[in-house]
Design a protein around this ligand. Structure first.
Ligand code: ADP
Length: 243
């Protein structure tokens, strides 16, 4: 087996004031792959991501990133998490400051920070946004900036929670092209199954806190019985190849 970027081993979790949200989750992600997580609202996707990033602690089981146990409450530079709401990620007076924030904390020099930010913005032809206040950006611009603020740190694993929500077609396509151009393993939750099909070679279906199915994205999303059981619809592009 190739090197594992992520190993989720028998993880269960409950919030204090709700029942068990995740039950015996087992998932692995190889360094060269990306994985989509599909599931209805409330199925536990965000909770799973909080456990991978160490924001929450499993009540049982463990999570390893590149073979090292995730430590609860400790920032892990190998694990780049892009929140569902970009306003949780952008809080500085300017876009530049937001993109620089993580790099400063990791101890990079001013010159290196400037270089990384310039090259990230150039790649998307968004240099003109550098001095803007994040609060004044459009929804699409905010989402891209929250992603860039993570990408400039060059994490070994990228975790994206509902990255296409609120994006128009143009920014959705920019996002797909960007994600497919970076060779970093990704774990991505989305209700946009066509987006998962385009960006993730493997996927898992989460339903009522359990993994109901996992496998190659196209095969998994073509499985009518499993998709219906998890309250999902077969994506339009796969409608002719149901199994
Ligand atoms: P998803 O991302 O798939 O929509 P979540 O992980 O956000 O699902 O939520 C899973 C379940 O956990 C939901 O029933 C939600 O109400 C519950 N939940 C989420 N956060 C909390 C919390 N802080 N305290 C109690 N219950 C929560």
């Amino acid at each position: 087996m190739k090197e594992l970027a992520l190993e989720i081993n028998n993880v269960s979790f409950s919030y204090k004031d709700s029942g068990q949200i995740l039950k015996n989750i087992n998932l692995v992600l190889e360094k060269t792959n990306s994985m989509g997580i599909a599931g209805a609202n409330g199925s536990g996707k965000t909770t799973l991501f909080y456990l991978i990033t160490g924001i929450l602690k499993p009540e049982s089981g463990f999570v390893n990133i590149y073979g090292k146990p995730v430590k609860h409450g400790k920032f892990n530079p190998d694990c780049g998490f892009v929140f569902q709401n970009p306003d949780n990620q952008l809080f500085s007076p300017t876009v530049y400051d937001d993109l620089a924030f993580g790099l400063y904390n990791l101890g990079f020099s001013d010159i290196e920070i400037k270089q990384r930010i310039s090259s990230a913005l150039e790649k998307l032809s968004l240099e003109h946004l550098k001095t803007r206040a994040p609060g004044h950006l459009s929804g699409g611009e905010k989402r891209l900036m929250s992603l860039l603020s993570v990408l400039v740190m060059e994490p070994g694993l990228l975790i994206l929670d509902e990255p296409t929500s609120g994006l128009d077609m143009k920014y959705r396509r920019v996002l797909i092209n960007l994600l497919n151009s970076i060779k970093v393993p990704k774990i991505v939750s989305s209700h946009d199954l066509e987006f998962i099909l385009e960006t993730c070679d493997y996927s898992a279906l989460l339903h009522n806190g359990k993994i109901f199915g996992k496998g190659k994205t196209g095969e998994l999303f073509s499985n009518r019985g499993l998709m219906e059981e998890c309250h999902q619809e077969i994506p339009y592009s796969l409608k002719n190849i149901q199994i």
